[in-house]
Design a protein around this ligand. Structure first.
Ligand code: HEC
Ligand code: HEC
Length: 287
């Protein structure tokens, strides 16, 4: 038992029952030092940083982080003002101006076009495409002059602040398959689609469109030119949100459609929303 002899363990010196001794195994030195180090760290930490709760407040710590954060904010504003005076000026002006007024200011629009492009890329292009061209069947084109909810600065700004939820009801329970095909053909004919030429179906479809069973006119208007308050699209142009193939129009009617544009008021600052409003308006189709 050579190894046992080498590592002879100390005992506390007490013996019980003649031969029952108690080992005395001290903690390893490294462990003890790590332990002391954590105690010292904790004390230093309490002194330097916010640490202990005190009623409604807490110990601030001598480094006083909350004040430092404010200081940092102020310096970064000062840095912005000093190093990028043009950017600083532009942001200040934008904070005070309406998107329509911004659009009339050429210098500001240069700024809007560059910073708007970045904001659009970060927040919007995943759905609407890098140039705002949209994806037929999913996300509307923002670069044309066809608007579901209106293309004025204030319409676009409202769209961004609150989001939009288009509601086109399903008609599978209201109309028979034959009636759905007829009204689809009527709508296809309004948009001048090649597949929509059967005069009998068009006539029957027109009656259904204006009848009270389906009441398409209540949302899309008697002239089928749409209603921007509801986001009901104009059906008389050849610009389709969900698509103008016969199958797609029938699918729209059977299942209904519920497009969802998220709201941005909690995710973007007011100035960012103004920049994006002016940017989207200028993409091509602003009114
Ligand atoms: C998750 C996908 C998604 C994202 C992200 C998104 N949108 Fe939309 N957006 C939509 C959908 C879907 C609609 C159509 C809503 C409807 O059918 O009612 C829409 C509609 C719009 C409209 C109304 C178009 C019209 O014809 O009236 C505008 C303007 C718009 N989006 C701008 C933006 C901007 C700017 C951003 C970035 C801040 C953005 N969208 C981010 C999905 C998205
Ligand atoms: C309650 C209002 C409402 C009624 C009733 C309604 N629609 Fe719609 N319709 C909408 C809205 C809103 C949209 C856009 C949906 C979206 O934004 O996702 C739409 C979309 C459509 C589209 C898709 C257009 C495109 O560009 O892809 C077609 C086609 C259509 N409706 C035809 C009809 C017909 C035909 C009827 C009657 C059988 C009808 N709608 C009844 C509100 C309505």
């Amino acid at each position: 038992m050579a190894s046992n002899e080498k590592h002879q363990v100390q005992t506390t010196g007490h013996t019980w029952d003649g031969d029952l001794a108690e080992y005395n195994n001290p903690l390893p030195q490294w462990w003890v030092w790590v332990f002391y180090a954590t105690v010292v760290f904790a004390v230093v930490y309490w002194v330097l940083y916010p640490a202990w709760p005190m009623g409604g407040s807490y110990t601030q710590g001598v480094l006083d982080y909350s004040k430092r954060a404010k200081l940092q904010e102020a310096t970064s504003e000062a840095t912005l003002r000093e190093q990028y005076p043009e950017r600083f000026d532009a942001l200040n002006k934008i904070a005070e101006m309406s998107p329509a007024a911004i659009a009339k200011d050429e210098d500001l629009m240069n700024f809007v076009n560059s910073s708007g492009k970045v904001l659009f890329g970060d927040n919007c292009s995943a759905c609407h495409g890098a140039g705002g061209q949209g994806v037929v069947g999913h996300y509307p084109n923002l670069a044309d002059s066809d608007w579901l909810y209106g293309g004025t600065h204030s319409d676009i700004r409202q769209t961004l602040i609150n989001g939009r939820n288009g509601y086109m009801p399903a008609h599978e329970d209201k109309l028979s398959d034959q009636e759905i095909e007829a009204v689809a053909t009527y709508v296809g004919d309004l948009a001048g689609e090649d597949w929509a030429q059967d005069p009998q179906k068009i006539e029957q479809g027109e009656e259904i469109f204006h009848g009270d069973q389906a009441a398409c006119y209540a949302c899309h208007g008697q002239d089928a030119k749409g209603n921007q308050t509801l986001g009901a699209p104009n059906l008389t142009d050849a610009i389709w949100f969900y698509g103008g193939e016969k199958e797609t129009v029938i699918e729209t009617l059977v299942q209904g459609r519920q497009g969802e544009m998220p709201a941005w008021q909690d995710r973007l600052s007011e100035s960012e929303i103004k920049i994006l409003t002016a940017y989207v308006h200028a993409l091509g189709g602003g009114q």
